[in-house]
Design a protein around this ligand. Sequence first.
Ligand code: GLU
Length: 443
Amino acid sequence: MKEVRVRYAPSPTGLLHIGNARTALFNYLFARHHGGKFIIRIEDTDVARNVEGGVESQLKYLDWLGIDWDEGPDIGGPFGPYFQLERLDLYREYAQKLIDMGLAYHEYREGSDEPGIRMRVPKDRTFKFKDMVRGELSFDSNEVEDWILVKDNGIPTYNFAVVIDDHFMEITHVMRGEEHITNTPKQVMLYEAFGWDVPVFGHMTLIVNEEKKKLSKRDVTVMQFISQYAELGYLPEAMLNFITLLGWSPSGEEEILSKDEIISLFDETRLSKAPSMFDKDKLTYINSRHIKSMDPVVFMEFCRPFLEEANIEIKNDEWLKDLTDLFHDRMSYGAEIVKLYQEFFKDDFEIGEEELNFLKEANSKELIIKFREEIENIEFNPEEIQELIKRVGKEVGAKGRFLFMPIRIATTGQMHGPSLPHAIYLLEKDKISRRLEHAISLL
Ligand code: GLU
């Protein structure tokens, strides 16, 4: 097989969207799986829609996701330039060749001195191509009108430029969104006109929302830009994992996968033919799984900027590590640490009805009073706190659920939560004493 060469060809019209990220990722995975090259080409011919910084932000978030490229606008490469606006001469030359072959013609628009160039679509032909997702597809040429190759301002249309570039960049496979299927016959007719090899196409199915409607950038119920997830503390490896599952599935059961695992498992015959649903809960779950497997020190550093951003005072590294250890298993994204911190340390400590009932039914008053008294006399650290809980339990004859739960409720207000001795330690003695007194006053 020829060396695989695939490309991601964004228009720099905005932030990296989940759909584009998927296109980039599938091409990337295909290239890496087959030991081929992954190229980025900037399709900037729709000048009015280009935005300042559009290229940089695309590249920044691809890089963030862990996608790297072999040739592209920032690093160049042997098939450059990688901006279409820098390749106008090439398009002009090949448009002229089509005119010379009688396959295209000049056309003057009213009010314009320069001609545009239009493709003359042959009659009664069938354009066929192989699609990795849908098999062989064919289109009747009589359904395609003569179409514009180069506008009167000298700028090529997408369908023309894409073929010239894919050919000269020696692209072997083109994976892209299914909205491009109806463009493909136009592209195939150009390959045939020039006598060039047609790449293998693969059109990925739509991404739909939970109501099964096509995900639209205007849909505010779903965050759709990679930068938004990055800002909230989703992990790049989790996003990459999740996006991989939008229209592809591994042959085995396990869906939580690292990038290297995905690269080695990637198999283009398993691309889905059905629309893929953007399932927010699944993304949350995948992110929490990747968070759980983070090294605790790495996790602590991951949480730090979110706390800083919220102006939460980080006493020292040890304190921060205790805090993040406490919540590590319960978090599904980084920014959540702020909410958890605030709930945990809040000053207006209240005990809810259900929790209070538990304390009453369990007859916990004596236990809590004892614990309140004794806590003054220990060295305040998690080990001593753990010992104290057990000792006080023995003294008043409270065990298991009737020992830990009342103390948890009286100190944190919650029935569930992180390791109790650590939680008490982190809340510090003053706050714990005040909370215990409040609990006692309610009993
Ligand atoms: N610039 C096109 C887009 O962003 C590329 C389509 C293609 O891959 O051919 O949709």
